[in-house]
Design a protein around this ligand. Structure first.
Ligand SMILES: NC(=O)c1ccc[n+]([C@@H]2O[C@H](COP(=O)([O-])OP(=O)(O)OC[C@H]3O[C@@H](n4cnc5c(N)ncnc54)[C@H](O)[C@@H]3O)[C@@H](O)[C@H]2O)c1
Length: 370
């Protein structure tokens, strides 16, 4: 079981409701507007105007209980990232690869490339690794959980065989242990990958995790770990791969997995350190894109919205109320599936996006547009 609990929103909502329905003092009526440095809301009457009451001239809550209701975090929500042994496994998707006769741009092909996917044992990383394999690349899966990585690597080859019967050439998919927050571990895994594949052309940094805690209570050691994996891990792996590319004088493409949380603040679950970490990932991509442009290394960011992985499914199964709140805030009304990132990662990794660098590609059902 997860050592996580979502403390019921309902109790909190009831408390908030009660305090909001308490009678409030109406501001004094004043028909003459004067220039003053005093706050406007103390001067202006809004008791007989509902629309005015919904502006800063009204007292908080004056126009109803709904004020700001969908734009608040709740400190009652705590979700810890599960222990390794409690993480649900994920499987490659079926029916997305295989031989097809539809014409498509040749520049989308990843034929002849070697791509590294950190956090590729599960979730979004696994499906993005599959997209690159389906598009022609050899892939090195890098993950803290080497067994799960090895199982996923085998799964990718099995699905490839199933969907490409009679294919003369099988992709090479390997699995490597790495804790991306450790510089030594990063260097060791890069050396191991180079031994197995001979080169690296592409990197996708999907190793990362989120936790929900209100800022006041988040334990410092957990916060350091969160930033260590999401920010340091992304940075260190990108630097290690860029060094290799520069040494080879070869062009390359790096795709960093950020999140829409790097641009907006999710509600109702509080997650300030995660949001800040993903904003850092997004800006790392822009900064390194500029720094490495002359070396022919492109760096972009993909910012997914709410995606239904095995882990998010488990959290939402336990908390159906949260699922309703999330989908009510997404313009398309639906969460994404991991395979909705397959096209985005292939586009940014391949020559189809040769002039795209420093970009943030949001794959979020328009969440961040509202
Ligand atoms: N699922 C979503 O809705 C969503 C939305 C936006 C962004 N993201 C981001 O996408 C990325 C992948 O998320 P996911 O939902 O697939 O998560 P996940 O937990 O399913 O997979 C993450 C993988 O990273 C690995 N990992 C964790 N710490 C590691 C470390 N220190 N070193 C190496 N590997 C490590 C885990 O073992 C796991 O296999 C994360 O960066 C996440 O923040 C996810």
């Amino acid at each position: 079981m997860f050592k996580s609990q979502l403390l019921r929103q309902v109790a909190r909502a009831a408390t908030t409701q009660a305090s909001r329905t308490a009678p409030r003092t109406q501001p004094a009526v004043s028909s003459i507007r004067r220039f003053t440095s005093a706050p406007v809301r103390l001067e202006k009457s809004s008791s007989d105007d509902d629309v005015d009451a919904a502006t800063t001239s009204g007292q908080p809550g004056q126009s109803g209980d709904h004020e700001g209701q969908y734009a608040r975090t709740s400190s009652g929500i705590i979700v810890e990232y599960p222990e390794e042994k409690d993480l649900p496994p994920s499987n490659p998707v079926v029916g997305r690869g295989g031989v097809h006769a539809k014409r498509t741009l040749a520049t989308f092909s990843m034929e002849g490339r070697v791509a590294v996917v950190t956090g590729g044992a599960r979730g979004l990383g696994l499906v993005m690794a599959q997209a690159l394999v389906t598009s022609g690349a050899d892939v090195a899966i890098v993950d803290m959980n080497k067994e799960e990585g090895a199982r996923s690597a085998k799964g990718l080859i099995d699905i490839f065989k199933q969907e490409n019967p009679g294919s003369e050439k099988l992709p090479k998919v390997t699995a490597h242990f790495c804790d991306v927050s450790s510089p030594t571990s990063v260097d060791q895994s890069v050396a191991e990958i180079l031994k197995a594949h001979g080169k690296i052309d592409n990197l996708v940094t999907s190793a990362g995790f989120t936790e929900n805690y209100d800022a006041i209570s988040y334990p410092h050691d957990r916060m350091q770990k969160l930033w260590g994996v999401n920010v340091d891990g992304t940075y260190m792996y990108a630097v290690a791969v860029a060094k290799h590319l520069m040494g080879r004088k070869a062009p390359g493409s790096i795709v960093m997995i950020g999140s829409m949380s790097g641009s907006i603040v999710n509600v109702p679950q509080p997650q300030a350190p995660y949001n800040a970490a993903k904003a850092a990932v997004r800006h790392l991509a822009s900064s390194l894109a500029v720094e490495w442009a002359s070396a022919g290394i492109r760096v972009n960011c993909i910012s997914p919205g709410y995606m239904l992985t095995a882990l998010t499914k488990k959290i939402l199964d336990d908390n159906p109320e949260l699922q309703k709140q999330w989908t009510s805030l997404i313009p398309v009304g639906k969460m994404g599936r991991p395979e909705d990132l397959m096209g985005a990662v292939t586009f940014l990794s391949s020559d189809a996006s040769l002039y795209v660098t420093g970009a943030d590609l949001r794959v979020d059902g328009a969440y961040t547009c509202t």
